[in-house]
Write a protein that binds this ligand. Structure first.
Ligand SMILES: NC(=O)c1ccc[n+]([C@@H]2O[C@H](COP(=O)([O-])OP(=O)(O)OC[C@H]3O[C@@H](n4cnc5c(N)ncnc54)[C@H](O)[C@@H]3O)[C@@H](O)[C@H]2O)c1
Ligand SMILES: [Zn+2]
Ligand SMILES: [Zn+2]
Length: 339
């Protein structure tokens, strides 16, 4: 069996470049030569040894684009096609899957978490999880289809109406992408709160109102910006106990809170405030195939420009440096690895 280079998570805070077996294709899979793979917050959870499912040694990376090198099965793709992969692996038999909601499969798995992923020269991917990259869309940008699909899914699940004022708690890659999609969907003010000057700067560059939660009274600022009504929608995308508490203060009466974050510990939420204001709460998980296709179209048609969300492009040899950079939100945003 031939081998390939891969960036491997081997133990807590240790990622090394090594050789692993090149994947052998099962029926219904394609072999993808990876062009770009993004480092995501979930990869950081694995890196810190906090992911319940990921097992070392693992080539992480679930946000990737590449070129089809081999195909085992019938499909409309051809060898040489540029594709971006939708990393969800669903069981196909649970209630969610049989009702067409495979992204909330009871035993949902992901390429790059439960199997080797994109931080490697090659990856094996089910044919039904491939999406063609349209001409004119770069592979680097296409590799952001996954986080952008999260943002598309989030905005589509929200009650956003044209002219709404929004607060996004957390200006990481996901929060900023939600802001970009929400602007296109007709949001009036997009207010981003963060604690990192670098990320707040990015938010400003993207045309959002940036509030420094360390330096400013965010509740007071949001009240002033919304004629003391509060935000129509609050997106919680920081995943911190502080923002889980804060979200109910910022929302207007009968507003909507959308929780996007994956909380490591169950946070305290003010249910009394939820009751008095008759707030509705929505959660989001991943994306449907349709959301993924919409994300690709939005980039290909120049409606969403993801280039400002990319902070670094590194070689596979530099992957450990990439994870170190990701540890500090004040120097990094989306980091792409080029295997
Ligand atoms: N719903 C889904 O399917 C889905 C998909 C991808 C990511 N996520 C989750 O979305 C969240 C955001 O992802 P990301 O990649 O942008 O993560 P990230 O860690 O890069 O961004 C979080 C941001 O929140 C900021 N923050 C921390 N404390 C804060 C506070 N008190 N007030 C304001 N801002 C604060 C951080 O500085 C950081 O910029 C994570 O919890 C991630 O797990 C969910
Ligand atoms: Zn991700
Ligand atoms: Zn299922």
């Amino acid at each position: 069996m031939s081998s390939m280079r891969a960036g491997l998570y081997v133990s807590e805070k240790k990622v090394v470049v090594g050789e692993v077996d090149k994947p052998l294709l099962k029926q219904g899979e394609a072999l993808i030569k990876v062009s770009y793979a993004g480092i995501c917050g979930t990869d950081m959870m694995i890196y810190f040894g906090r992911h319940p499912r990921a097992k070392a040694p693992l080539a992480m990376g679930h946000e990737f684009a590449g070129v089809i090198e081999d195909i085992n099965g019938d499909c409309s793709f051809a060898i040489g096609d540029r594709v971006v992969i939708e990393p969800t692996l669903s069981c196909g038999t649970c209630e969610a899957c049989t009702s067409g909601q495979y992204h909330v499969c009871k035993t949902l798995k992901l390429i790059g978490i439960d199997h080797h992923g994109g931080f490697a020269e090659y990856a094996a991917v089910p044919l039904r999880r491939l999406h063609q990259i349209p001409e004119g869309l770069s592979a680097a940008h296409a590799s952001l289809a996954e986080p952008l699909a999260v943002a598309v899914h989030t905005v589509r699940r929200s009650d956003l109406k044209v002219g709404d004022n929004l607060v996004i708690l957390g200006g990481g890659p996901i929060g900023l992408l939600i802001g970009l999609v929400a602007k296109q969907a007709g949001a009036n003010q997009v207010i981003v709160s963060d604690i990192s000057p670098y990320r707040l700067n990015k938010a400003k560059e993207l045309g959002f109102i940036a509030l420094d939660a360390k330096e400013e009274n965010v509740n007071e600022k949001v009240a002033a910006l919304t004629d003391r009504v509060g935000a129509d929608i609050v997106f919680e995308v920081a995943g911190s106990p502080a923002t889980a508490r804060q979200m109910t203060d910022l929302i207007k009466i009968q507003g909507q809170i959308v929780v996007v974050s994956v909380f490591k510990q169950p946070p305290v939420v003010d249910l009394a405030a939820m009751h008095f204001k008759e707030i509705s709460l929505t959660t989001t998980r991943c994306y449907s195939r349709g959301d993924f296709e919409k994300a690709i179209r939005l980039m290909a048609n120049g409606i969403i420009d993801v280039s400002q969300v990319i902070s670094h492009q590194l070689s596979l040899e530099q992957i450990a440096e990439g994870f170190e950079l990701m540890e500090n939100p004040d120097v990094s945003l989306k980091i792409l690895i080029q295997p």
